[in-house]
Design a protein around this ligand. Structure first.
Ligand SMILES: C[S@@+](CC[C@H](N)C(=O)[O-])C[C@H]1O[C@@H](n2cnc3c(N)ncnc32)[C@H](O)[C@@H]1O
Length: 215
């Protein structure tokens, strides 16, 4: 899993650098968790980063940030529960400019959400995306349970036991349908280990990263 995460983060970093070098000056990190991009990526020097996360995760992160100096021009925090709240309204209140281009990064989050929350969040992001905005999103495919691998079973049941069941697993066709229905056009989609330069890293979950542009 560690190799997998490394490949995923590298793949997402590359896509972000491309979008920022293309002129995007707003980066919204959806389900930011302990993502450190705003504090470690010099390419964000002219960019406002919006850290969007569940209130409890965000509270913990903010308690750990202390005096860390961001590399981004500015970091703004907005808390939201994707299952119950309106992303668009939350971002508007945090000062996000829907008339300017935005880069959205949604890494490692969709597997934990219901399909309805995924669709609503995509709609919210789309509603605040000027034409040309970029969505970078990872999604995880259902595992072939028939393979009967104990580790896979353990991952699923372990996450369920700690209250984080994998409810948002989806195949490529379903993911594309959701993203395209919200008004984005997919330009890239590949396994994260391949994109991250790690050929076939062992992963318990087959995870892909897609890049899409707002029409
Ligand atoms: C596995 S972590 C990924 C964190 C980060 N994006 C990364 O790649 O390292 C999942 C993130 O999704 C967030 N999340 C899960 N369910 C959520 C919900 N209903 N609303 C908002 N955020 C949620 C969690 O708070 C957590 O930050």
């Amino acid at each position: 899993m560690v190799e997998h995460m490394r490949a995923r983060t590298l793949a997402a970093d590359r896509a972000i650098v491309e979008a920022i070098e293309d002129g995007s000056r707003q980066l919204v990190v959806l389900g930011a968790g302990l993502c450190a991009r705003a504090w470690r990526m010099p390419v964000l020097a002219e960019t406002i980063v919006y850290e969007v996360d569940h209130p409890s995760t965000q509270r913990y992160k903010r308690s750990r940030l202390a005096e860390l100096e961001p590399k981004a021009r500015e970091v703004r925090f907005a808390s939201v529960d994707f299952e119950a709240e309106d992303l668009s309204l939350t971002l508007a209140n945090a000062g996000h400019d829907a008339s300017a281009g935005t880069t959205w990064i949604w890494e490692g989050v969709t597997p934990y959400l219901t399909p309805l929350a995924i669709a609503r969040t995509l709609e919210g992001a789309s509603a605040r995306s000027a034409a040309g905005s970029t969505l970078i999103m990872t999604y995880a495919m259902p595992v072939a349970r028939s393979r009967g691998r104990f580790a896979e079973w353990l991952l699923h049941e372990g996450l369920r036991a700690i209250g984080e069941p994998l409810e948002g697993l989806m195949g490529a066709r379903a993911a594309h349908r959701l993203v395209e229905a919200s008004g984005f056009e997919i330009t890239k989609d590949a396994r994260v280990d391949v994109l991250g330069g790690k050929r076939r890293a062992h992963a318990l979950v087959a995870e892909r990263l897609l890049v899409a542009v707002r029409r």
